[in-house]
Design a protein around this ligand. Structure first.
Ligand code: NAD
Length: 464
C-alpha cells in the first residue's frame, strides 16, 4: 500500500521504516530540511537500535523515501499518518499546534482519491473530530472564496472540490529503545473509527504483522486488534500510560515505606509481581518515571479531567510521588556526604532509560539543576549523549566526560541514573580506587549491592 507518515521523530520514522520493511511503499515527510537531508543519506536522526539498518534496506528497494514536500506525501499516500509532536504547554494541556498545521496542510493537498488520515500522535480526546474539521478547513482555504464570486452568481458545481477521507485514531504504544521490535510485534493494535472502509484499509495495512503472528508462527503471540470509537481509542493511549506511571509511583511509595521499616523493595516487588493479577513489569523502584510521554500524558489527562469538572486525584498523587522521588537522591547524597557545596558528583547515565538518546524530561536533568544550585560540581558519562545533544542550559553546567573512569576520577560520589547494560560490567573495583570517596547511589537498583561492597563501594539503593 502507499503510505505517508508526517513527522519523522521516534514514532513517525519508526512507523514509516517498519511499514516499508513489511512491504509498503512509504514516503516520510518532515518540515525540518536538515533531518530530511540526513535521512536521505541513509542515516537516522535518532538513536534507536536497528532503525538505521531497516531504513537502509528499505531505501535500497525504493520503498522508503524522505521529503519536506507535504503535497507530494499527501498525493502519494492512501494512508496518511500524522505523527508530529504534542509537547506539554505550561498548564499541562497538549500543544496541538503541529497537529493543526499538518491537518490543515493535508486538506490543502488532498486530491480526489479516498484517503485515511490516521492520528498516530497522542492527542487530546476529541481530536479525531477536530482533525476532520481542520482538514475541511484546509480544503475550504483552497476553494475560490465566495467574495471573489460575483454577487448573485453561484460557483459552478464542477469547481467545488469534495474531499473523500476518514479519520482513524491509531495510538502508538512503542517503547523507545525497542521501538522496532514493538512495532513489528505489537501486543495490540487499536483502531478508533466509526467507518468500516477506513478500518478495513488499516487492517490491510497491518495484515503482514497480524498474519506473521498467526498460524505458522506458534512462537509469536497473536496480535489483538481492537476497534473502537474515536474517543475511546484516544483515551486508551492516555489510560495505558497513566496506569503504567501510577504502577511505578506505587512501587516507589512502597520503597519509601520499605526504607523506613527495614524491608527490601526488590524482594517485595518480586513477591507481589508473582501474582498474575499484578505482574512483575513496571514494578522496579527507582528514581521515578520521565521521558517524552508519561509526564506530558499524565498532565494532559489530568487537564482533560479538569476541563470536564473532574479532579483526577489518583493521577495527581502519582505525579506528586514521582516528583518527590526524583529528589530523593539528593537527600541520600546529603545524608552521606553532608555538605554538597564543593563536592563533585558523577552521573552515570543521563537518558531517561537505556537504549535511547531521548533526554526529554529525563530525571537526570532535574538532578543536575538541584546539584548545581547546591554548589556541587557535576560530571556525567552517558554512552550515547554527546555535548551536541545535551540541552544548552545543562551543557554549560555539566562536565560531560568520555568514560566511566574519567567520571570516577576525583568524584565524591557516583549516581547511577540510567540502567545501560554496559554499566553492569564496569570494573567497579578500579573505579572505587579513582574516587575521592567511593560512594555509589544506584537510582535504579541495577547493580548488585554485594558486588559493589566487595569492590570497595559504600552502596545506597532505593528502598533497600
Ligand atoms: P518527535 O518530537 O520526536 O518528532 C516529531 C517530528 O515532527 C519532528 O521531526 C518534527 O520536525 C516533525 N514536525 C513538526 N511539525 C511538522 C510539520 N508541520 N510537518 C512535518 N513534520 C513536522 O516526536 P515523537 O516522540 O515521535 O512523538 C510524536 C507523537 O507520538 C507525540 O504525540 C507523542 O506523544 C506520541 N508518542 C510518542 C512515543 C515515543 O516513545 N516517543 C510513543 C508513543 C506515542
Amino acid at each position: 500500500m502507499r503510505v505517508c507518515t508526517i513527522g519523522t521523530g521516534y514514532v513517525g520514522l519508526v512507523t514509516g521504516a517498519c511499514l516499508a520493511h513489511i512491504g509498503h511503499d512509504v514516503i516520510c515527510v518532515d518540515n525540518n530540511p536538515d533531518k530530511v537531508a540526513l535521512m536521505k543519506s541513509g542515516q537516522s536522526p535518532i538513536y534507536e537500535p536497528g532503525l538505521a539498518d531497516i531504513m537502509r534496506s528499505a531505501m535500497a528497494t525504493n520503498r522508503l523515501q524522505f521529503t519536506t514536500d507535504l503535497a507530494a506525501g499527501v498525493a502519494h499516500g492512501e494512508v496518511l499518518f500524522i505523527a508530529v509532536g504534542t509537547p506539554p504547554l505550561p498548564n499541562g494541556s497538549s500543544d496541538t499546534q503541529y497537529v493543526e498545521a499538518v491537518a490543515k496542510g493535508i486538506g490543502k493537498h488532498l486530491n480526489g482519491d479516498y484517503k485515511v488520515i490516521v492520528n498516530k500522535s497522542t492527542v487530546p480526546i476529541g481530536s479525531g473530530d477536530w482533525v476532520k474539521m481542520l482538514v475541511l478547513d484546509g480544503v475550504a482555504e483552497r476553494q475560490p472564496q465566495p467574495s471573489l464570486v460575483g454577487a448573485g452568481e453561484r460557483l459552478p458545481t464542477a469547481d467545488v472540490f469534495v474531499p473523500k477521507f476518514d479519520v482513524v485514531s491509531n495510538p502508538e504504544f512503542l517503547r523507545e529503545g525497542s521501538a522496532i521490535y514493538d512495532t513489528l510485534n505489537p501486543d495490540r493494535i487499536v483502531l478508533g473509527s466509526n467507518n468500516q472502509q477506513a478500518i478495513d484499509l488499516m487492517l490491510e495495512l497491518y495484515k503482514p504483522i497480524i498474519d506473521r503472528h498467526a498460524g505458522d508462527h506458534a512462537d509469536l503471540p497473536p496480535v489483538s486488534v481492537l476497534t473502537t470509537d474515536l474517543g475511546s481509542a484516544e483515551m486508551i493511549k492516555y489510560a495505558a500510560n497513566a496506569f503504567l506511571a501510577t504502577k511505578i509511583s506505587f512501587i516507589n511509595e512502597i520503597a519509601n515505606i520499605c526504607e523506613r521499616v527495614g524491608a527490601d523493595v526488590t524482594q517485595v516487588s518480586k513477591g507481589i509481581g508473582l501474582d498474575s493479577r499484578i505482574g512483575n513489569k513496571f514494578l522496579n523502584a527507582g528514581i521515578g518515571w520521565g521521558g517524552s510521554c508519561f509526564p506530558k500524558d499524565l498532565a494532559a489527562l489530568i487537564h482533560t479531567g479538569a476541563d470536564y469538572g473532574y479532579d483526577a486525584r489518583l493521577l495527581k498523587a502519582a505525579v506528586s510521588v514521582n516528583q518527590q522521588q526524583r529528589t530523593l537522591v539528593i537527600q541520600k547524597l546529603q545524608s552521606s556526604l553532608k555538605i554538597l557545596k564543593g563536592k563533585t558528583i558523577g552521573l552515570l547515565g543521563l537518558t531517561f532509560k537505556p537504549d535511547t538518546d531521548d533526554l526529554r524530561d529525563a530525571p537526570a536533568l532535574d538532578i543536575i539543576q538541584i546539584l548545581i544550585e547546591l554548589g556541587a560540581k557535576v560530571k556525567a558519562y552517558d554512552p550515547i549523549v554527546s555535548s551536541e545533544s545535551l540541552p544548552h542550559p545543562y551543557l554549560a553546567n555539566v562536565n560531560l566526560v568520555d568514560s566511566p573512569q574519567t567520571l570516577a576520577t576525583d568524584s565524591d560520589a557516583i549516581v547511577l541514573m540510567t540502567e545501560w547494560s554496559e554499566f553492569k560490567d564496569l570494573n567497579y573495583q578500579h573505579l572505587a580506587t579513582l574516587m575521592r570517596s567511593p560512594l555509589l547511589v544506584d537510582c535504579r537498583n541495577f547493580l548488585s549491592p554485594a558486588m559493589l561492597t566487595a569492590a570497595g563501594f559504600q552502596h545506597i539503593g532505593i528502598g533497600c
